[in-house]
Design a protein around this ligand. Sequence first.
Ligand SMILES: Cc1cc2nc3c(=O)[nH]c(=O)nc-3n(C[C@H](O)[C@H](O)[C@H](O)COP(=O)(O)OP(=O)(O)OC[C@H]3O[C@@H](n4cnc5c(N)ncnc54)[C@H](O)[C@@H]3O)c2cc1C
Length: 457
Amino acid sequence: MYNVAIVGAGPAGIFAALEITKLKPDWKVILIEKGQKIEKRKCLLREGWEKCPSCKKCGLLCGWGGAGAFSDGKLTLTPDVGGHLVDYMSREKVEDLIGYSDDLYLKFGATDEVFGTDKAVFREIERQAALAELKLVHSPVRHLGTERSLDVLKAMQDYLDEKITILNNVSAQSLIVECEQVKGIVLDNGETIKAEYTIIAPGREGADWLTKEFDKNKIGFVNNAVDVGVRVELPAPVFEPLTSKLYESKLVYYSPTFGDEVRTFCMNPNGEVVQENYNGISTVNGHSYAEKTTNNTNFALLVSKKFTEPFKEPIAYGQHVASLANMLAGGVLVQRFGDLLDGRRSTPERIKSSIITPTLTCATPGDLSLVIPYRQMLSIIEMIYALDKIAPGTASRYTLLYGIEVKFYSARVKLTNELETEGVKNLFAIGDGAGVTRGLIQASASGIHAARTICSR
Ligand SMILES: Cc1cc2nc3c(=O)[nH]c(=O)nc-3n(C[C@H](O)[C@H](O)[C@H](O)COP(=O)(O)OP(=O)(O)OC[C@H]3O[C@@H](n4cnc5c(N)ncnc54)[C@H](O)[C@@H]3O)c2cc1C
């Protein structure tokens, strides 16, 4: 019998465990993680495999550290980016939680430099952005880099290993709910874990499982937006005036034709584009190392669309669009911006006779207009022209567009302000899997918030 059972050792689950062990050192806590310990984790794609082997448990997303382990480790220190925690509590409270979580990252070895804190610099870039009809979101960033992220998460694992029970390579299979109160979890090895409180933090990887279990227990959902787009890669000097000062510039644009929100996301100065696998579908992402650099900068351009009734499958929609790219290209597709405008596919020869060398070598040159819906495609083109005004060269015919980048934001669980499910008592849902967050720092903060609520009861 445990006081608290936690499902998922991503940032949300880890930070919940850290806070509980601090506030209630005598409590018995168990953390269940379906992937490996951090030192055993590996993603074959990142180790040079040409094609994603679609591992049964994705090495990139599963295991200690969750999706955070091989992430770029950019801690975006603002409530405006990376989640919806402000929908559950005041902005000041979210800021406090973010500051507290950031301090914990520092305590476990994060780098102390924060980009984007100089107000005068921000104002000037904000002014230039406004002239191009772009909104610059103030988002100071602490950048760990992939190597440092792994070190920090390993330090957390070592610390918690001595304080709580950690199960690896075991999945939570079903919730035990009696009289509208959670009593524990049944694992896929047949074991039953009884606990007074249960925190579910399975990330996007476990979102389908969460939806199924919550549906079974009549816990409701609300739709999140669907974000579909491309990853842009261009010579690093094009964005240097912004990246050298802000590291990551979060820019928002409302496309003139459709009025949809288009935003830059996950900017990686001197970074590389990577392929990801989501339930057998290849998508694209990007990251940068603290030490190893390339000559290119990459970032995503995502078009947000919130659908209305009767649609309720945002993840399936994103999967469908991404699978079209896979059907045509056998994986990720890449096209030069100029070829897209000229209405022709890119070919290996055209990609070669360019001023940019792609960092993702396994992408197949092709035609994105055969994949991305017209609405999103046009919004992306309009955004590229807007960006060209503050970073001339963005709309170059050589700029590379990789598809599809899609954010599988889980449907959002109906939760109280304490992140407890509406309908099942003592059951908490946090992090990306619950649709509450979309990034490392807010996922971590959601874990702290749930842990404090539980400890205060
Ligand atoms: C390549 C990449 C780069 C990224 N870069 C950044 C970045 O720079 N900055 C940023 O803010 N965000 C970044 N993100 C997003 C960030 O990693 C996530 O927002 C964050 O990790 C979410 O935390 P989480 O704890 O909610 O879920 P996750 O980190 O996804 O962790 C969930 C864990 O639960 C486990 N799990 C799932 N189902 C079960 C089950 N049934 N039983 C047991 N265990 C289960 C999974 O194996 C996983 O380990 C990146 C993501 C990726 C993939």
